[in-house]
Design a protein. Sequence first.
Length: 390
Amino acid sequence: MKIAVEGCMHGELDNVYATLLQFEKSHDTKIDLLICCGDFQAVRNEKDMESLNVPRKYRDMKSFWKYYSGKEIAPIPTIFIGGNHEASNYLWELYYGGWAAPNIYFLGFAGVIKFGNVRIGGLSGIYNARDYHLGHFERPPYNESDIRSIYHVREYDVHKLMQVEEPIDIFLSHDWPLGITDYGNWEELLKRKPFFENEIRERTLGSKAAADILEKLRPSYWFSAHLHCKFSALVQHGEDGPITKFLALDKCLPGRKYLQIVDIESGPSPYEIYYDEEWLAITRKFNSIFPLTKSRADLGNAQLDLQDCRQWVRDRILTRGSKPFEFERTLPCYDPSESVSNSSIPGLGRNPQTLSFLDLLELPYLLDNVVGQSNIADSPASFISGGTSF
């Protein structure tokens, strides 16, 4: 399987797809999947722009709206996680994951899916120790504080990922795992980014949560972005344990190293996205303690047995199938020929994909609960040999 890995998208879908299509043509090959490591900026219209964590003078509609509206269709299946510069109101609609646009899949605030038989996990956002133990208390429309804290990684989502036992082929995080520079050429990195030196020496460069996940899951590949530079590393897990190949990439700008093509062993095509059985079981088990306020989640109070959840999910998938629910638009599309005020655009609604997903797992919808309110129980979540860099 030939996978294109991209660092920070920053809304430049047109440019990234054009680059990859040119690569396919010039190398007479086919790219099976594009992975984006955050700052995707899935901005659908003017209302989303108000939730985009970018200084107002730099806010721009970019190109995602074309793919959301159907004016353009992603020519390569695309999977992305969230970063710290996102239209978080839309990603919150798809907290459990789902199609952000046709052929463009958001992995969720945390998630695991399969692309063919390649198992891909991811964690959206960046680490902030101050907010790590809080619940998901933010609700659209976000105030000036919430628009920043909403993308801070939460202990609850990390705890769910730490329950994964089956092998992960690829893991995605926006910021780098803490200490990853120990496993690569950090001296060369400092020649390009000298201001990283204090953070590297003080061991504050990167995410403690991501480092914990890396140590637990030991994926074959780990891809990140955020720091706007290319950096590779090889992590040896124990004396005789597996190796994780780590790669961080830059943002999409001319002359930057923001893309790399990676060949990964896989089964035969067709390659499509499927729900992951183990992750569905973990989601079902821990949804009862979904933290909806600033209070810390009671991680020891999930009552369901994981193996029972696994069998229950297996039975459901055998009946329904494991492909994600179909994409549906939830807001009007941006029209560059019209000037539309935010007040005339409908507000946040319940995403039909999320409703269907929760109905599949027989779970209540919680994402629009008012902070402090009781749970609503109405059912409907170049380090690689032969790699090509851009």
